[in-house]
Structure formats: structure tokens, C-alpha cells
Design a protein around this ligand. Structure first.
Ligand code: B12
Ligand code: SF4
Ligand code: SF4
Length: 346
């Protein structure tokens, strides 16, 4: 079978229902200093796994020996449209409202790998979605599927940043299509100004202050100084993307397809219910969803903080007494400690 060029590979990715695709060479990151400084500054917080395999993360040739190219794909998962938030509910980030993108993208990437293997029988292919030590946004930018904004996310001008990324690292030597990426931000600072915890400096996010990190990755107690800024976010945060001019309605954004796998199962969760969840309820609610990354204690800790923020605006006897009970006794010491701190602030 004949070998495929970059344009045919991009077409193949489109036929596997990816909204965007591109090909780039597997060379070392040109931002190694930025990644190393981010780690030295401790901006990864408790994500110790970011501190491991730094050399691999900086160079995809360490992920797959002899790698020459990286094929990058993106699934679109949302538009800016918002459903009204029900009373007593907290918010779930848009990327997590539908099916788990890790599974969804890997399944289709493996299909693409199988076809590529037929065309390049002696080459190797490795599909990566999120969890491999690979700078997905940087490869995404180099492959031409978008540009990195000051909030550090990859965005395609006219399409926006509501996209999830995946890559195939391969030993096949595919000539990339040449792209020139324009700076998408210029003098804009809207994401920086809107971030409630001041987590963003241009092209860098301090995870220790980012609500997405605090609610999804941080497993211990959250600094009470950050409670009120967390607002209604139970899982993840979308604020820096919501305000970005590139995510406002455009014609191009209507054409690039949003994959049906991400049709929301829910946009929000009932905070009072969540406070009373047990492991079985968590497992059932998060089955097939990327939300299962957050353990029961983390979700209940987040719910305690959101409950405090709801109570600061609207009195609710039931919610208040649930918090008071948790503050007196709870199986999870972090949840209990959080409830005590929230009540002190109220
Ligand atoms: C760790 C991680 C996080 C951490 C840290 C975030 C961060 N900004 O690094 C936390 C938990 C906070 C997080 C949050 C979110 N994440 Co996240 N995360 C990752 C992960 C696993 C690694 C990212 C990483 O390597 N960070 C290291 C730091 C140093 O990278 P950096 O600050 O961006 O610096 C790089 C570049 O910006 C560049 N750079 C430095 N200086 C400059 C200057 C200029 C001018 C330019 C152009 C570039 C540049 O150099 C650095 C090295 O490449 C990736 C998956 C992956 N394997 O890549 C997903 C990933 C980045 N996350 C993703 C998503 C969706 C999110 C959230 C939107 C989820 C949510 N709604 O809650 C938020 C967004 C928060 C934000 N503004 O970043 C998507 C992003 C998709 C996209 N459109 O870009 C990814 C790619 C997962 C995926 N497979 O789709 N995430
Ligand atoms: S996800 Fe939220 S907290 Fe994190 S950088 Fe963006 S706006 Fe700030
Ligand atoms: S809000 Fe403005 S500064 Fe931030 S990523 Fe979008 S265009 Fe760039």
C-alpha cells in the first residue's frame, strides 16, 4: 500500500470524526526553559507526576524511540451557549459534561493508527491522550491546528478553545504542511483579568491557584483564602475560556463539528445531594465520565466550599444544617476541616 502524505493523513483524521488535525515533526520543545521554570517555581502544586519524566515531556522522541513525526488531533466539545444554573447547584466544567474524552479519543486514534500501519508497515505508532508525558498544546500549535493563548490553552482563530487534544507519535517521517501561527492575543488580557484567583500570567498558569487544579487534582485541604473565588465550581473551571474573544460566536465555529460524545449528561450537580454522597453514588454518577478523576472526598470537599458560597448569597436552612453536621463529625477529616473553615467564614 502507498505511503500517505500529511494532507491525506489530515483527511483520514477528519474521517475518524476529529474536528481538527495536523502533522508536525517530533523535535524537542522550544520552551524547555518555560517548563523547567514552571516546575522550579512549584507551579505544579501537588502534581508530582509533572516533575517525573521531564526529559520525555520535552522531547517526543523519548516517548517512542526513533519518532520522527507527531500527528495532532482535536475534538470540539462545546460552544459558549449556557443553560440556566438550577438553584442549589454547582458547576461542572464543559469538557467533563459528556463522555470521558480519554476513552473516546483513544478509540478513534487507534482506528487511525490501524489504517496508518497498513500504509507504513515497518513504522511504529503510539496514540496519546492527555496522560502521556507530552506537551500536547505545543505539538498542536506546531502542527497548525491552533495557537496557544495567554491562558495557555490551544485555540483556533474563529473556532475557539473548547477543544480536547490527542496525538499520535510515530517513527514514520511525514513532511509537515508549513504553517505560520499568528499571535492570537495581541494586547488582550481578558482571561488574565477575569481569572478569579489571579492564576494566570501571560502564557503561564500557577496550578496552585487554578480552580481546575484545586477541584480536580489537589487531594488535600484547600487554602480558605481561595474559598470565595471558587464560586460555584464543583469540578474544573471555564472562566478564562468563557471570556476569550475567540470563543464568541463565529461562522467558522458553527462549521467545525462538535462531537456528539460530549453532549452534556449534566451541566451541574445538586450541592446538598453531593454532600451526602457515598462511594457507590459517586461511581454511578461518574460512570463513563472523566469526572471519576476526582475522589469522593475531593468532590464532597468541593461541595462544602460551594455550599458556603451559595449560603453567603442566599439563606438555605437545609444546606446550612448539612454543613454544621459535617463540621461536627465526618468520616473524611479534610471534608470536616473544610466545613469548619467555611462556617467560620460565614
Ligand atoms: C497539567 C495540566 C493541567 C494543570 C496545569 C495547567 C497548565 N496550564 O499547564 C491544570 C490542572 C491546572 C489544568 C487545567 C486545565 N486543563 Co489541563 N492539562 C494538563 C496537562 C496534563 C499537562 C499540561 C502541561 O504540560 N503543563 C506544563 C506547563 C509548563 O505548560 P505551559 O504553562 O502551558 O507552558 C508551555 C507553553 O505554554 C509554552 N510557552 C511558554 N511560554 C510561552 C510563550 C509563548 C508566546 C507561547 C506561544 C508558548 C509558551 O511552553 C510551555 C511548554 O510547552 C495537559 C495534557 C498534556 N499532556 O499536555 C492538559 C490540558 C492542557 N488541559 C486541558 C484542559 C481542557 C484543561 C482545562 C480547560 C479543564 C477545565 N475546564 O477545568 C483547565 C484550563 C486551565 C488553564 N488555563 O490552563 C486540555 C487543553 C486543551 C486546549 N484547548 O488547549 C489538555 C491539552 C488536555 C487534553 N488532552 O485535551 N491542566
Ligand atoms: S481555569 Fe479558572 S482558575 Fe484556572 S486559570 Fe482559568 S479562570 Fe483561572
Ligand atoms: S482572552 Fe485574550 S489574552 Fe486571553 S487567550 Fe483569549 S485572546 Fe488571548
Amino acid at each position: 500500500m502507498n505511503q500517505l502524505d500529511a494532507s491525506s493523513i489530515v483527511e483520514l483524521c477528519y474521517s475518524a470524526d476529529f474536528a481538527l488535525a495536523g502533522v508536525t515533526s517530533a523535535k524537542r520543545s522550544s520552551h524547555d526553559v518555560a517548563l523547567e521554570q514552571w516546575l522550579v517555581d512549584g507551579k505544579h502544586g501537588e502534581m508530582e507526576w509533572m516533575n517525573r519524566n521531564v526529559d520525555v515531556r520535552l522531547d517526543s522522541r523519548n516517548i517512542l524511540e526513533g519518532a520522527k513525526s507527531v500527528i495532532c488531533v482535536a475534538d470540539r466539545y462545546s460552544k459558549l451557549e449556557e443553560l440556566p444554573l438550577q438553584e442549589g447547584h454547582g458547576l461542572v466544567a464543559r469538557y467533563a459534561r459528556g463522555k470521558d474524552y480519554h476513552k473516546e479519543m483513544k478509540r478513534r486514534l487507534h482506528r487511525v493508527c490501524d489504517i496508518l500501519q497498513e500504509h507504513f508497515p515497518s513504522e511504529k505508532f503510539r496514540a496519546c491522550v492527555d496522560t502521556a508525558p507530552l506537551l500536547e498544546r505545543e505539538y498542536g500549535e506546531r502542527s497548525g491546528i491552533g495557537a496557544i493563548g495567554k491562558h495557555t490553552l490551544l485555540l483556533e482563530q474563529g473556532v475557539g478553545s473548547w477543544m480536547l487534544l490527542g496525538c499520535i507519535v510515530t517513527t514514520a517521517d511525514i513532511s509537515p504542511i508549513h504553517h505560520v501561527q499568528e499571535d492570537p492575543c495581541s494586547t488582550c488580557t481578558q482571561c488574565i483579568d477575569a481569572c478569579p484567583t489571579d492564576a494566570i500570567t501571560p502564557w503561564s498558569v500557577d496550578a496552585r491557584r487554578c480552580i481546575s487544579y484545586l477541584t480536580i487534582e489537589h487531594r488535600t485541604a484547600i487554602d480558605p483564602e481561595l474559598f470565595s473565588s471558587i464560586g460555584k465550581w464543583l469540578f474544573g473551571c471555564d472562566i478564562c475560556q468563557e471570556v476569550c474573544p475567540h470563543n464568541q460566536k463565529t461562522q467558522k465555529g458553527d462549521i467545525a463539528p462538535i462531537h456528539e460524545a460530549y453532549s452534556p449528561k449534566f451541566n451541574s450537580l445538586d450541592v446538598l445531594e453531593l454532600l451526602g454522597w457515598d462511594e457507590e453514588q459517586r461511581r454511578e454518577a461518574f460512570s463513563g465520565s472523566s469526572m471519576k478523576r476526582a475522589k469522593l472526598g475531593m468532590m464532597r470537599r468541593n461541595a462544602v466550599i460551594v455550599a458556603g458560597n451559595l449560603l453567603a448569597v442566599t439563606p438555605n436552612e437545609e444546606l446550612l444544617s448539612a454543613l454544621q453536621m459535617i463540621a461536627q463529625v465526618d468520616d473524611d477529616p479534610i471534608v470536616q476541616e473544610t466545613a469548619v473553615a467555611v462556617l467560620l467564614q460565614l
